[in-house]
Design a protein around this ligand. Sequence first.
Ligand code: HEM
Length: 492
Amino acid sequence: MAIAAAALLVLLIGIGLLLFRSRKGQRSGGHLPSGPRPLPLLGNLLQLDLQDMSRALLTLSKRYGPVYTIHLGPRPSVVLCGYRAVKEALQDQAEEFSGRGDMPFLVRINQGNGLFMSHGEQWKVLRRFTVHTLRDLGVGKRSLEQRIQEEAQCLVQELARTQAAPFSPTILSRAVFNVICFIVFGQRFDYEDRNFLTLVGLITQNFHLLSSQWGQMYSIFPGLMYYLPGPHNRFFQNFKQLRLFLLEQVKMHQESFNPNCPRDVIDCFLLRMEQEKHDPQSYFHMEGLVITAHSLFLGGTETTSTTLWSGFLILTRHPEIQARVHAEIDRVIGRHRSPCAEDRVHMPYTDAVIHEMQRFTDIVSLGMTHRVIRDTYFRGFLLPKGTNVIPLLLSVHNDPTQFNDPDTFDPAHFLDERGGFRKQAAFMAFSTGKRMCPGEGLARMELFLFFTTVLQHFTLTPLTRPEEIDTSHQRGECGYKPRPSKFCAVSR
Ligand code: HEM
């Protein structure tokens, strides 16, 4: 292992020299905040624990303050730590900080298409399209709510089938995937459908590859890692398969397409393609469609299902909290009708538990890298146009000026003295500012409906004593991934 690491280091230094010369977008000038002294080419790589990148960046902020510069390889990024710094940048100077930073994985597969990686006019057009399409397809409305309620019932049946034997998180993933399948393809799949399981497997693996150590090495040294063997290459092989699957779906849609009655995201996109077919500058073309569909799967599945899974795991660790949620469900909803979105306002404790689940688990703990779209003055520094910015969401959710005792899972972080739900400005699971997650409304509806429906029917029980359950995240992931775990759903 040590030899492999040394060999990798030598390779990095050698080939990094080439990268250093050729790397586009390398900026000079400006007045960046200080930070740990970088080594040539490697930057601060040796000072960072790649197995726990977001914690490592948080630790550095104790020494260098809430705004500092880190070199990931040769390129500097400005790290924002704590609620104030993130808010002042992403909210108060929202336009300046609205660019998307380096994310080489997505750059390579997106080829200039799609919402995640676009900038300027293209980003505005695609963002508007995504938000409007999600709304037109029922996000925030009764129609989609009913679809999620039905999916939640399928999930309950699936859990009942386990007969209180331990189950794995894939059961939850399938329910969440089906919601995105419904939005993108206009249909749900049987949980055992072969194509469906392939789709779930490929997206899930890619989501975790993005935040794995190999993924981070690719993000830092894309030019070099492109030529090296390793698990990161799996991401691109998976994407090739996904692309074919998505193209197949598009072909089926084209055969039954009716411009007067768009059924789902694919139809809405096909409609725009039709309307703009004479415009050579249009962002609506076949590759754009594939990437848009892929972005919704990548952004909208593992995030939601991992939140649910880790939330349930936490409840097995805290049976007293689970008992209070059960009591609130029984009082407000009862056992004989499905939970609906309107119930949330009458269920402050459950709402607080779900928010605390999101705060505590920090699924996107590093945040997604931003970039300043013009030379930007910030807290006395001058960030040249194109500077990468890392809004460290973990640091916002662990900011002791915003949350008492942030290391503890405590729904009271979101409750007032009278037990009512209390909004927290520092709750940024979906980030904040112009690039804030466009799927927030959908994710919140799913989290509430799946969470309450499962707990209406089941008590979640651990396989060990509750105090032995480890709810910390798995090393080697810069986003949150719970440790491999199983628990049981016992009918109530
Ligand atoms: C619990 C669930 C979710 C969490 C925690 C989450 C979190 C995030 C975060 C932190 C970002 C980065 C925002 C930034 O750049 O500052 C993001 C972006 C994004 N999310 Fe989500 N998300 C979730 C669910 C969803 C869903 C359901 C969808 C789609 C239906 C979605 C689609 C996207 C897209 C397309 C972007 C890129 C937006 C852009 O670059 O303008 N997400 N999300």
